[in-house]
Design a protein. Sequence first.
Length: 326
Amino acid sequence: MPVWSLRSLKRPLSPEPVTAGVTPPWLRPTGVRLVVMLVLFVAVGTLTGVVEASGEVHPVPALMSGAAVGAIALLLYGAVVRAMERRAATELATAAARPGLRTGILLGLGLFTVTIAVIALFGGYRVAGWGSVGGAVSMFGLMVSAAVTEEILFRGVVFRLVEELTGTWGALVISGLLFGVVHLVNPGATVWGAVAIAVEAGLMLGAAYAATRSLWLPIGLHLGWNLAAGGIFSTTLSGAAGGPTGLFDGAMSGNAALTGGTFGPEASVVAILVCGLPTLVFLRLARRRGRLLTRRQSAARRGLAEPRSESWSEPRSASGDPRRPV
């Protein structure tokens, strides 16, 4: 069966292994797969740009379009992985979706709430009044598409495939730097803001993926943070101001080191410190589970199935890796 057979598009997130067909020789090198998938999912990411550019949209269309873009990206990723790599996309195992998203969203909401609370404590943020429930719903729709497409691109494609070439530490650094660089295109972006988001978000989300080998936790974490920033506290998000007003009509003022300036709270020293703790926790979990890999280890495990679902507090087996039986 040819690699691009229509059968590869059926049930793209199915846990069933791919038993028929082979990957063409030209698609087997990691670098080639990286380039092909980058081009494809950067193109998918433009859909997110179109959705976000809609600005002050009605909540229902925003919610529906955001969910549609996110669903398209998830299904396409599953289909491409099955077609190009001849395996199930276990990093998107549906059994892990609910616990991963729930934990990630709650953690993201909590981390940003702590960040904005500390900034407010020092006079950098205040609530001017109530905002808009409809605006919060619109932001949720917009952020669903952003969280899904960005995590697929930076963790599902860049981190995962760069890890095969450099090992986990190289993948963390490269994916984090690229995550910061792409945010420079936003209107209020600054070089410091890009560096800050690379450190606090790029490393944290990469570490979350390394610890769980699932995209659901990073997607939920990304969504929860963005929803709190734009949909609840109405702050500038990664230099992109002017979106729908969230639940609170918030205003920021003061030193840029505290508030993040035109980039928003993500460029504040507070956000870097707050996000540093979960990053260290995720890295420690990854080390305990034997998932901080060298290039040789990553290449050796290429194609091995990941666990169908797991808790991110799962203990390590005696072999040092919960994927491998004792």
